[in-house]
Design a protein. Structure first.
Length: 584
């Protein structure tokens, strides 16, 4: 048979559109295929396990053969050693009850000669599950073809007829073509499902982030209660240390009974720590630190705490509660551990671990921002009355915080990274009353360049100091130290380049771009140093108050989140290297 012959069936005309769900798509395919084959019934079955299938779509005449829709069957009902035959060998089968014979049908449609029935296997023993299945169906012949999705076994396509006549080579070609094209419908449904999951995640993360950003002393408590409800929990805890601890620091070391730097928010059902216990906080038990000793701070999903030997020291604390399942979310941001978020559940339940990890990051960011605010407040308290914030400064701080809230709202709905970054740098520039705001990204060798698309300058400075034209600027100190102070999450502020003790070569470079004063903050993406957000003054020296420095630091945090959630071609250099390391 010539594969280019006009007799060869074209791809199925009634394949589903992206708007249709998988159930209706498969049903339409089954209906059209039954008409083409002129059989009593066509079923599409999905694998539920290695030895069980369920009928998920069906087309039947309803006259002789009973409906099987939603019924489940052992896989071996369809052929002896079904999994090995159908999925491992990629062989279809046609069973004739009259002769108790199974015919092997090659699955491939690439070779026109493969459409012929090539080999008859030995007779099927009387009383086998295959023949019993045919008898129960009231059929005398059926065809079964495996369905694959990206080379992974997905299910079966079956067709039944009451007479004994074998299907023609052309009919087999049609069936095999349809079986191979079913993966298109499955692909579209999988993509639609992933898009929906992503959209749902973003809504949830937006809710949590909005709650955490609220200027309300109950923000953490409200966000905790919302998170517990999201994961259908019966209780939850947020245990925080007032100071961040690097990956080499045991969080338990700062959670002693004598420590005054611990805060705990809780809601719902809680473990009951025995009075005689050495530690009065669940998080003070060393088992958490032992579990995370490798430095992998992934969410720990514990379906049954009583079946987890590591939790034995806490069995007594949970014994008097209905809690059976536990979700432990370490709060890590910029490679620093800030606490634990715990979700208690009375029974094991499917968990979106990616969502839990992202929620944990949102809490960690909020704690980090809170810590920065506390430092600023402590610094202000230490100042004399003469240098306290003026009314104008307080107004500016208020406007900056409103700007941060608007930036957060834009982040939840933004789809285009360049547009978001440009709008963000413009807003930062205006709220800081700076003359230019630029984004600098590191490359693989820790040199770097400014990104044109991510820069904003006031009109009078657009043509001056053209930093944003993807200008390369390799700082040898940053290259040697792989990010220098920025790697340690530090800002860098210079009020006057001539009074800051800078090296002459550094001053010459700054003068080349007419920079007289600057304030910079690191940008982290997926916990790795990615670049720097910089605010520049060209017209002369400038004092950068702590409020401005804090605002710039917070803005860099939001840009990092945007770069993380909306990667595009602009994110190269260290970001690509980081992604490669995660894949490896």
């Amino acid at each position: 048979m010539n594969p280019n012959s006009s007799n060869r069936p074209t791809p199925f005309a009634n394949l589903p559109s992206q708007a249709e769900d998988l159930q209706s798509s498969l049903a339409k395919i089954a209906i059209d295929l039954r008409a083409l084959l002129q059989v009593e019934q066509v079923n599409i079955c999905q694998l539920k396990s290695a030895d069980q299938v369920q009928v998920v779509a069906e087309a039947t005449s309803g006259s002789r053969i009973p409906s099987l829709l939603q019924s489940s069957f052992p896989l071996d009902n369809f052929a002896p050693h079904s999994y090995e035959l159908l999925f491992q060998s990629k062989i279809g089968a046609m069973v004739n009850a009259e002769s108790n014979t199974l015919f092997r049908i090659p699955y491939s449609v690439s070779d026109p000669e493969s459409y012929r029935v090539v080999e008859t296997m030995k007779r099927i023993p009387d009383g086998s599950s295959v023949l019993q299945h045919l008898t129960e169906m009231g059929a005398n012949l059926y065809l079964v073809i495996p369905i694959f999705h990206h080379e992974v076994p997905w299910g079966l396509l079956t067709a039944y007829r009451p007479d004994f006549s074998l299907m023609s080579t052309r009919q087999l070609e049609v069936v095999q073509t349809i079986a191979s094209q079913l993966s298109v419908a499955i692909d579209r449904d999988s993509l639609r499902h992933q898009v929906q999951i992503k959209a749902d995640q973003e809504k949830v993360l937006g809710r949590i982030a909005t709650l955490l950003q609220a200027a309300d002393e109950n923000a953490l408590q409200t966000a905790l209660e919302t998170t517990v409800a999201i994961f259908a929990g019966s209780g939850g805890r947020l245990c925080m240390s007032g100071q961040a601890h690097g990956p080499d620091t045991r969080f338990a070391d700062c959670l002693t009974d004598a420590s005054q730097d611990i805060s705990v928010n809780s809601c719902g059902v809680q473990p009951v720590i025995p009075v005689a216990a050495n530690s009065q906080l669940m998080e003070q038990y060393g088992l958490w630190q032992d579990h995370y000793s490798s430095g992998d701070y992934s969410v720990w999903d514990i379906p049954d705490l009583y079946q987890t030997p590591e939790l034995r020291p806490l069995f007594d604390a949970f014994q008097l509660t209905p809690i059976r399942s536990l979700l432990m979310i370490p709060l890590v941001y910029r490679q620093q551990l800030r606490g634990y978020l715990s979700i208690f559940r009375n029974a094991a339940a499917p968990t979106d671990l990616e969502l839990a990890q992202k929620i944990g990051q949102r809490f960690a960011i909020a704690l980090y921002e809170h810590e920065l605010c506390q430092r600023l407040h402590a610094s202000d308290q230490a100042q004399s009355a003469e240098v306290r914030l003026s009314t104008d400064q307080l107004l500016q701080v208020s406007q900056q915080q409103v700007g941060l809230s608007e930036m957060l709202a834009q982040l939840q709905t933004a789809t285009d990274l360049t547009t978001f970054a440009r709008a963000t740098t413009k807003g930062i520039c205006q709220l800081l009353a700076a003359e230019r705001v630029s984004v600098y990204r590191f490359k693989d060798d820790w040199g770097g360049e400014y990104i044109h698309e991510f820069e904003y300058a006031k009109p009078e400075w657009i043509r001056t100091a053209k930093l944003g034209e993807n200008t390369a600027w390799n700082d040898t100190f940053l290259q040697e130290t792989q990010g220098g102070r920025y790697r340690n999450n530090e800002t860098y502020v210079v009020d006057d380049i001539h009074q800051a003790g800078l090296a002459s070569c550094h001053i010459d470079m700054l003068k080349q771009f007419e920079v007289q004063s600057f304030s910079t903050a690191p940008i982290f993406v997926n916990g790795q140093l990615w670049g720097v957000l910089a605010a520049y003054q060209h017209s002369g020296p400038r004092h950068w108050p702590k409020t401005d420095v804090l605002f710039l630091h917070q803005s860099a945090t939001f840009l990092g989140l945007a770069f993380q959630s909306m990667p595009d071609a602009s994110l190269t250099g260290v970001q690509q290297q980081t992604q490669l390391e995660r894949v490896i």
